[in-house]
Write a protein of this length. Structure first.
Length: 158
């Protein structure tokens, strides 16, 4: 879908649009069994995977490309693809370099920052508590060189 949108724009499908690079893959995660940190049960993760779109891409244009793409490619997950908008607000974020299994080290640093700056986490999107933005394609990057932006929505404690 993301490349279909990009190519349609490149071919002039939206007059007000300009060419752009496809944004990195993002995901929001939560555990369905309350496990977390070093004791996280990865089999209990519920997630939503997303790709940000430029501001000039509208829901109507997205749906138009979705219809065209559906006729060109088969994908068992196609019906789950949807347009969604949200406001994130104030966040704390940090880049983690290394494999996903060592993200806990970066999360611990973020926890220290929460405490020392009188902040608390709030759900970033419905019942999802943190966002990951994959700055390097994990299919093509050695695990030690992967970069993941870890993000929490925050509010100040009173």
């Amino acid at each position: 879908m993301a490349y279909g949108i990009k190519m349609a724009i490149k071919k002039g499908a939206l007059e007000t649009a300009r060419d752009y690079g496809v944004y990195p893959l993002e995901g929001v995660w939560r555990s369905t069994d309350a496990s977390s940190g070093e004791n996280l049960n990865k089999d209990a993760l519920k997630y939503k995977i997303m790709l940000r779109q430029p501001d000039f891409v509208t829901e109507a244009f997205f749906n138009e490309i979705k219809i065209k793409t559906r006729t060109q490619k088969e994908n068992p997950y196609f019906d789950a693809v949807q347009w969604e908008t949200y406001e994130e607000g104030r966040v704390l974020q940090m880049i983690h370099t290394g494999p996903f299994d060592t993200e806990i080290e970066t999360f611990k640093q973020m926890e220290t920052f929460f405490v020392t700056h009188n902040l608390t986490k709030t759900p970033i999107m419905a019942d999802y508590w943190h966002r990951e933005i994959y700055l390097k394609d994990f299919r093509r990057t050695h695990p030690e060189k992967m970069q993941t932006l870890l993000r929490y929505k925050v509010k100040e404690l009173r």
